[in-house]
Design a protein around this ligand. Structure first.
Ligand SMILES: *Cc1c(COP(=O)(O)O)cnc(C)c1O
Length: 345
């Protein structure tokens, strides 16, 4: 078994369930999720829907499946969906929306994942009869490849309004929504209310091992449930997993502020070493490694030799803070980067 690195900044997916979370999971009351009779799953769905100001929720094994079934429920084959060019649904879901729902994606240029109401309105303007119909606007909060960026609430609402004026619903990938609420001091429901569907991933900063909840109106959730079943996502005693998610809602939201402070400290420590980062808004630090004299892949290897793990997307190196990274680990990571820089000097 490979040993985990001393400091794992690869992703906030690298958390292990805490002892208390495991106990909550072991003690979960369960039923048959597929038949709608798992009480713990039902509690989680009702609670998430209420937090986000929506009518109903659906428990899914992964965030990817939330996007997959949401697009299917909102569209018909041949439709277009509109998303920023670097969104997760475009870059990291193996073309699921196209393969499963038969939609094409109109890519919007964006500023670190965010675009304005004018760009949305333009993408949705009535076009030629030959053109695929734009039928859904997809947003992402926080925006991962944008840099862990937070949509300002006014901009988010204005884009949703532009979509609604064009008669088009809005879907939000809220994999890291709570990072955004903690960073911006906003209530979750203000992000849920302006859109037709939104979901939360419990396996990112919230630290649970399995599960995501998609919420929306009752009819939408009914359609999404059919697609969930069709693509094999209906489960049985899933309350075991849902109990971990409920535990995360109780114990792991406010502490995301610690992750944000750790990310800010990492960026500060790297800046002192002469390494630039993109502006840090939440728990991600995207690092410019060109000044180290090595490419991103080589930089990561040299860091790994010092037992610190980060990831990369092409030449951008990403470090993500999470539940299993303490403030002292950040100092260890900064020291490891300093040693790598010394080595190449
Ligand atoms: C991780 C992630 C997903 C996919 O979630 P999984 O639970 O890994 O399937 C979707 N969107 C964003 C923005 C993500 O970061």
């Amino acid at each position: 078994m490979p040993r985990p690195p001393a400091v794992d900044l690869y992703s906030d997916t690298q958390t292990r369930p805490t002892a208390a979370m495991r106990r909550a999971m072991a003690d979960a009351e369960v039923g048959d999720e597929q038949q709608g009779t798992d009480p713990t799953v039902n509690r989680l769905c009702a609670r998430t829907a209420e937090m986000l100001g929506q009518e109903a929720g659906l428990f899914l094994p992964t965030g990817t499946m939330c996007n997959l079934v949401a697009v299917a429920a909102h569209t018909s084959p041949g439709d277009a969906i509109v998303a920023s060019a670097d969104s997760h649904i475009v870059r990291s879901e193996t073309g699921g929306a196209a393969a499963y729902s038969g939609v094409i994606t109109d890519l919007l240029p964006a500023d670190r994942g965010r675009f304005g109401p004018e760009a949305a309105a333009e993408a949705l303007a009535p076009g030629h009869v030959y053109r695929p119909w734009p039928r859904l606007v997809c947003l992402e909060q926080t925006h991962n490849f944008g840099g862990g960026t937070v949509w300002p609430l006014g901009q988010y609402r204005a884009v949703a309004e532009a979509a609604h004026e064009a008669g088009v619903p809005v879907h939000t990938d809220g994999a890291r929504l709570f990072n955004a609420t903690v960073a911006s001091g906003t209530d979750p429901e203000v992000w849920g209310e302006p859109v037709e569907s939104i979901w939360i991933d419990f396996t990112k900063g919230l630290g649970a091992p399995i599960g995501a909840v998609l919420v929306g109106g009752r009819d939408f959730i009914q359609a999404a449930r059919m697609h969930k079943h069709r693509c094999g996502g209906a489960m049985r005693q899933a309350g075991i997993a849902a109990a971990g998610c409920l535990h995360a809602l109780d114990h792991h939201i406010e502490r995301l502020a610690d992750d944000h402070a750790n990310a800010a400290r990492l960026a500060e420590g790297l800046a002192a070493l002469g390494l630039g980062t993109e502006e840090v808004e939440t728990n991600m630090v995207w690092i410019e490694v060109a000044p180290t004299g090595s490419g991103a892949a080589e930089f990561l290897e040299r860091l790994a030799a010092r037992d610190v793990r980060m990831s990369r997307v092409e030449e951008r190196v990403r470090a993500v803070t999470h539940l299993d990274v303490a403030a002292a680990d950040i100092e260890t990571a900064i020291a490891a980067v300093a040693a790598v820089l010394d080595e190449s000097a």
